[in-house]
Design a protein around this ligand. Structure first.
Ligand code: GLC
Length: 708
């Protein structure tokens, strides 16, 4: 009897399977499913899936049961729902999120394992919210400390950015959600972001600005790439023949090229230069918009008309649709995606851990940190209480909760007498007297400084106008330091800032926009619960003038017309070439205030017994202090040639050691590390190569040389 039942069940199943169209049969290979679905679609259905149907979604094929695709910002958490055809929040009650630390913070951890954890948690929340494409990570290189969106990116070095972007993407996509790496490419400023035409050498393009995107495609297998607003070779990057050739032909990208919101400007280029999906046209990507323009998008009615008139080949259309169907079958139509998770203790713990590990201890005179015993602590500054999860542009979040630095300190030091004085405010008021009075009677002053993601203070669409801290913070810090020498400055920013008071204060902590768990992460480090191990992902120069951008041609660019109109193209020349960040400061011998890769610990480490045998470098790292800690060993190289940086980061390893413990580290040096981009493309020169090992770009313990 059992046998009969089993046979009957198999027959039924087979019968069902037999009737399931290939494109819906999740057991069939994706490519077969794609081709089957494509073969069933009409011309109108093919065009319909190419462009937005709402602010953040694209149409499916209802007749075939192919679902629509939902996109969401952003890189640090899942954005709140907006109305169908608006930037305005929809007012839902179940669309808050865990706000994770900004990606500049993630980069400062120098810990790829945390990038994977970050992506996994974020992917789970995107799944929970039924999103198919997460519009992140951003990995544009920090070329100028004035760029308003550096807080969303991963610093000034291509190897650090690449190393952190890959696990993040793998984490997100492991949950059945596509990551969408952005903004491809050369989007290194916000000023004139829609009209800046970047002129850059192939060498700088390939050695500095493209590696993180290439790693996203070739090492992480990213499923979507977002074109950038700016132009390159006089074409907008959302439909740029050279950029598409690099992305799809040279790198083998098989996913979807999505426009930035409002980044599509030319129908023929959009068709012929590889744009696959168009979003946000007739908006500026942030606030302004024209209502319900979806049928007038370049890849909508205008495209359909051209197809019907035989003015463009359906073969090009099919290639776009293939990529979109592939994206759909990797996400919405995948049977392997997880159920996702909403805000939960695991996500909070991850945010707190990433935040704490991102914090960089820059100065700690007399061991004033950690704040071991309680006493009377004066906390000063608006940034001690201000929410930092909302604001800043498209990465703004509706966090389920947010712990402020002041709250974090209060809950971490219940026995302390913690007094708070705002003193400075983004509203412009400066109320010195109470702060100075309070400083007289405090044991320690914690000044929470920084930017705040308002316009011109680390915000999308608004580059900073000054390298200085705003709202008279510098003078206030100096005044307080004269009254109480035991002053600690915690700087919260996504960019380097001027620190003229460096020698007037006992301790300096570079913190970041740390999201929901900000106050707990910061308190964990300030109280010593977590030993700081962050390293700077960018150089902090003494002043802007020490940097490589010394002419309007280099930044913000030169307008082509005069007078300047709304559509004036600005030509910007990356004349510094590959000398970005520490590469520049070392070339010019200009000592920065704090170097790329720098960061202190509450314990001490020693690098010893280093040796280079062939292409293998080994060294021993020992924790010579009295508490557990983590150190980042960095491997730099000097390549032969008469126009090469003094050194370039090639590899790094983060190691955690108990007091007295040591570890033997192995670094292999593959040919890839020897490559440089020359007239004929990537090449390995004959000559002398130097290998440097240390714990910061400006603190090298050993150097070796070998001939190749
Ligand atoms: C914005 C940003 C982009 C964002 C998109 C959707 O203007 O440039 O990063 O993902 O539009 O909000």
């Amino acid at each position: 009897m059992k046998r009969i039942i089993l046979l009957f069940a198999v027959a039924v199943l087979y019968g069902c399977a037999g009737n399931t169209p290939v494109y819906l049969d999740t057991r069939k290979p994706v490519e077969r499913r794609v081709e089957d679905a494509l073969s069933r679609m009409t011309l109108e259905e093919k065009v319909a899936v190419l462009h937005a149907q709402s602010r953040f979604s694209s149409a499916g094929v209802p007749r075939l049961g192919i679902p629509e695709l939902w996109f969401t910002d952003g890189p640090h958490g899942v954005r709140a729902e907006v109305l169908w055809d608006s930037w305005k929040r929809a007012g839902w009650t179940n669309d808050s999120c865990t706000a994770y630390p900004a990606l500049s913070a993630l980069a400062a951890t120098w810990n790829p394992d945390l990038a994977l954890l970050y992506g996994e948690c974020l992917g789970e929340e995107a799944r929970y919210r039924n999103k198919h494409v997460l519009l992140g990570p951003g990995c544009n290189i920090c070329r100028t400390p004035l760029c308003g969106r550096n807080f969303e990116y991963m610093g000034e070095d291509p190897v650090l950015s690449s190393s952190m972007v890959v696990p993040y993407i793998k984490g997100v996509q492991s949950k059945g959600v596509a990551a969408c790496v952005k903004h491809f490419a050369l989007n290194n400023q916000e000023t004139n972001r829609h009209t800046t035409n970047v002129i850059v050498s192939d060498r700088a393009l390939n050695e500095i600005y493209l590696p993180a995107f290439k790693a996203a495609v070739q090492d992480a297998g990213v499923w979507a790439v977002m074109g950038s607003y700016n132009l390159y070779l006089n074409q907008h990057c959302c439909h740029n023949s050279r950029m598409t050739e690099i992305l799809k032909d040279e790198w083998g990208f098989d996913g979807v090229l999505v426009s930035d919101w409002g980044g599509t400007h030319n129908t023929l280029q959009a068709i012929e230069n590889g744009l696959d999906m168009e979003f946000g046209t007739k908006t500026d990507g942030l606030a302004s918009q024209t209502d319900n323009e979806y049928q007038n998008y370049h890849l909508a009615a205008p495209y359909l008309d051209m197809l019907r008139q035989g003015k463009t080949s359906e073969l090009i259309l099919n290639e776009k649709v293939r990529r979109i169907l592939r994206l759909n079958m990797r996400t919405a139509m995948s049977h392997q995606k997880s159920f996702g998770k909403f805000v939960c203790p695991e996500h909070s713990e991850a945010a707190r851990r990433i935040g704490a590990e991102s914090i960089v201890l820059l100065k700690n005179e007399d061991g004033i940190l950690p704040l071991e015993n309680a006493g009377h602590i004066l906390v000063v500054g608006e940034n001690a209480v201000r929410s930092m999860t909302d604001n800043g542009g498209s990465s703004a979040l509706k966090a389920k909760y947010e712990i402020s630095p002041l709250d974090g300190l209060k809950s971490a030091l219940p026995g302390a007498e913690i007094e708070y004085v705002q003193a400075w405010s983004s509203k412009g008021e400066l109320d010195l007297a109470p702060a100075l009075e309070a400083a007289k009677r405090a044991d320690i002053v914690v000044f929470v400084a920084g930017l705040n993601k308002e316009k011109y203070q680390d915000a999308e669409s608004y580059d900073r106008k000054s390298f200085d801290l705003p709202y008279s913070q510098n003078s206030l810090i100096s005044s307080l330091a004269k009254i109480n020498s035991k002053i600690i400055v915690v700087n919260i920013s996504g960019n380097p800032v001027a620190m003229p008071w460096e020698n007037e204060v006992k301790a300096i902590v570079q913190s970041w926009y740390l999201g929901s768990e900000a106050g707990n992460s910061l308190a964990d480090v300030l109280t010593g619960k977590v030993n700081p191990s962050g390293k700077l992902p960018f150089t902090i120069p003494v002043c802007l003038e020490d940097g490589p951008l010394s002419s309007a041609e280099q930044y913000p660019g030169i307008p082509r017309e005069n007078p300047v109109g709304p559509d004036t193209i600005w030509d910007e020349y990356y004349k510094e070439d590959i000398y970005v960040g520490y590469r520049w400061y070392e070339k010019t011998g200009t000592k920065p205030r704090f170097a790329f890769g720098y960061g202190l610990s509450y314990t001490d480490f020693n690098i010893s017994d280093a040796r280079l045998k062939g292409r293998t470098l080994t060294c021993r790292l020992t924790n010579t202090g009295d508490r557990e800690g983590s150190e980042v060993i960095q491997l730099y190289m000097t390549l032969p040639g008469n126009d090469r940086p003094l050194k370039e980061l090639k590899d790094f390893r983060k190691v955690t050691l108990a007091p007295g413990d040591s570890a033997l580290l192995n670094f292999e040096i593959p040919d890839e590390y020897l490559m440089q981009y020359g007239e004929t493309g990537w090449t390995i020169l004959q000559g002398d190569y130097f290998v440097h090992i240390g714990n910061s770009s400006d603190n090298i313990s050993y150097s070796f040389t070998f001939k190749n």
